[in-house]
Design a binder for this molecule. Structure first.
Ligand SMILES: *[C@@H]1O[C@H](CO)[C@@H](O)[C@H](O)[C@H]1NC(C)=O
Ligand SMILES: *[C@@H]1O[C@H](CO)[C@@H](O)[C@H](O)[C@H]1NC(C)=O
Ligand SMILES: *[C@@H]1O[C@H](CO)[C@@H](O)[C@H](O)[C@H]1NC(C)=O
Length: 397
C-alpha cells in the first residue's frame, strides 16, 4: 500500500482532476451511491453500511481441504497480508476506519486494506488452520491465537529497506525480530520441542515488492537515478532471498513467496501513468515480471541448498492478469477503478466514510480502493493458490 507525504500532495493534485472526472461521470452517476442510506431522516451523519441489496456475491465454493494440516500460518510483507499491525504503529498507511472492513464479520474495520478478509485469512481458512489471522501487534492475543499463527506484515513495507522508512511501515528486518520474539513466546507456552514443531511445520507466506516498485522506484523517483530497473529488481530479489534465509535460520521450513501482480493495471497506476484512456502502465508490469523471474530463480537456487525445507516461488501474475483480461469469467463488471470513491485515486485516508461514495455492488468490482483488490477478488486468488500451488508443501520433506 502506498501513502507517503509526497504521494499525499500528488493526491491533492488528483482531487482537482477528480472534479473534472466527476463532471463527466455525473451524467452516469447511477453507478455511484452515497455511502449513507438517504432515509427520510435529515441526519447528515454518513452511515458506512451499504443497503441490503448491494451485499457480496454468492461465495465461491471453498477449495477441497487437503488431508495434511498445518499447525500454524505466519504472514510477512506488505498490505496484502497485513491484518492490522499498522493500527498499532505511527504511520499514515492505515485502514482502521470505515468503509474499510465494511464486509468483514460485523462490519468492523480492522486495519485490513480491503472491504473484508484478505489472503492471509483466506489461505489460513482454506488450509483448515483458522478463519482469520490476527495481527501480531494486536494487544490481548490469546495463547491459542499465537499457537496457530499471526501476521507480521505491514502495509507499505517492502524488500528495499527504504520503502518502509519513507512511510513509517514495519521493515522486513523488524518483522523478523517480531517473529523471533513470537517464537520465544510460543516456547514459553508449549516448550522448546513443540514450539520448533509449530515453527517448522507451519506455513510461512511472504508477499512484498509491489511497494518497492510502485512507491519507491517509480513513485519517489529516488532510486530511478541510482539504479536502472534491472539492477533494482536484482537488489529486491537478493533482499527477498536473504529474508528467506533468515526465516530458515529462525526455524521455518515451509516457506512460500508470492510474486507481484501486474501492478501497472491497478487503478491508481492507470490514473497516474496510463494516459487519458487509463491503460495499464507497461513499465510497471514489465518491472513486476522482471522481479518475479529474478525472485523465482534466486529462491530456487537457495532452496537447493536447504535440507528438509520447502521454499517456493508462487506466481500470482498470470491469475491476476487473467482476471483483468477476462473479467466476465469471474463476474467482475469493473476492473479499472476501485469501489471506494471515484475509484481513480482513493486509497487510505482518501477512502473514508465522510467524502467517499461507494460503488453499488462491491462484489462486481475487482478493486476495492485504487490499490487493493476486493475481498471477492482476494478470495478467488487465494482459492486458486490453495488448490494449485500447495503441492510442493505436501511432498515428504
Ligand atoms: C493424504 O492424501 C494422500 C493423497 O492425496 C494419500 O496418499 C495419503 O494416504 C493421505 N493421508 C491420510 C493420512 O489420509
Ligand atoms: C532432515 O531430516 C532427516 C529426517 O528427519 C534428519 O535425519 C536430518 O538430520 C535432517 N537434516 C537437517 C539438515 O536438518
Ligand atoms: C453483484 O455482483 C455479483 C458479481 O458479479 C453478482 O453475482 C450479484 O448478482 C450482484 N448483485 C446485485 C445486487 O446486483
Amino acid at each position: 500500500c502506498s501513502f507517503s507525504s509526497s504521494k499525499l500532495s500528488r493526491c491533492v493534485l488528483f482531487i482537482s482532476l477528480f472534479f473534472t472526472f466527476f463532471l463527466a461521470m455525473h451524467t452516469s452517476a447511477h453507478r455511484l451511491q452515497r455511502v449513507p442510506n438517504p432515509g427520510p431522516s435529515p441526519a447528515p451523519t454518513p452511515k458506512p453500511k451499504p443497503g441490503p441489496s448491494p451485499g457480496p456475491a454468492p461465495e465461491p465454493a471453498p477449495p477441497k481441504a487437503h488431508n495434511m494440516t498445518f499447525p500454524a500460518i505466519f504472514a510477512f510483507g506488505d498490505s496484502i497480508l497485513d491484518t492490522g499491525n499498522n493500527d498499532y504503529i505511527m504511520t499514515l498507511i492505515k485502514a482502521d476506519f470505515l468503509p474499510y472492513g465494511m464486509n468483514f464479520p460485523d462490519g468492523v474495520p480492522t486495519g485490513r486494506f480491503c472491504n473484508g478478509k484478505i489472503p492471509s485469512d483466506f489461505i489460513a481458512d482454506y488450509l483448515g488452520v483458522k478463519p482469520i489471522v490476527p495481527a501480531y501487534l494486536r494487544p490481548g492475543l490469546t495463547k491459542e491465537d499465537l499457537l496457530t499463527g499471526v501476521s507480521f506484515a505491514s502495509g507499505g513495507s517492502g524488500f528495499d529497506p527504504l520503502t518502509p522508512i519513507v512511510v513509517s511501515a514495519i521493515p522486513m528486518s523488524k518483522q523478523l525480530t517480531y517473529f523471533q520474539e513470537y517464537i520465544e513466546k510460543v516456547k514459553g507456552f508449549v516448550g522448546k520441542e513443540k514450539a520448533e514443531h509449530i515453527i517448522s511445520q507451519g506455513l510461512a507466506i511472504v508477499v512484498a515488492g509491489s511497494d518497492d516498485l510502485a512507491n519507491t522506484y517509480y513513485g519517489e523517483h529516488l532510486e530511478e537515478f541510482l539504479y536502472d530497473i534491472d539492477s533494482y529488481t536484482t537488489f529486491m530479489a537478493n533482499s527477498a532471498t536473504s529474508f528467506a534465509m533468515q526465516l530458515y535460520e529462525s526455524g521455518a521450513r515451509k516457506i512460500g513467496f508470492i510474486g507481484i501482480s501486474p501492478i501497472g493495471c491497478i487503478p491508481i497506476q492507470r490514473t497516474s501513468r496510463g494516459g487519458l484512456r487509463r491503460k495499464c502502465a507497461k513499465e510497471l508490469n514489465f518491472a513486476a515480471q522482471l522481479f518475479n523471474s529474478k525472485l523465482s530463480t534466486s529462491l530456487n537456487a537457495l532452496a537447493r541448498t536447504l535440507q528438509n525445507t520447502t521454499l517456493v516461488y508462487i506466481d500470482i501474475y498470470a491469475a491476476f492478469d487473467d482476471m483483468i483480461q477476462n473479467p466476465k469469467k469471474y463476474g467482475f463488471d469493473e476492473i479499472d477503478r476501485g469501489c471506494c470513491g471515484t475509484g481513480l485515486f482513493e486509497l487510505g485516508p482518501l477512502c473514508n466514510k465522510f467524502t467517499s461514495l461507494l460503488c453499488k455492488n462491491v462484489s462486481s468490482y475487482m478493486f476495492w480502493d485504487s490499490y487493493h483488490p476486493t475481498e471477492r477478488a482476494y478470495k478467488i486468488l487465494s482459492q486458486k493458490f490453495v488448490e494449485n500451488d500447495m503441492g510442493p508443501f505436501y511432498e515428504n520433506k
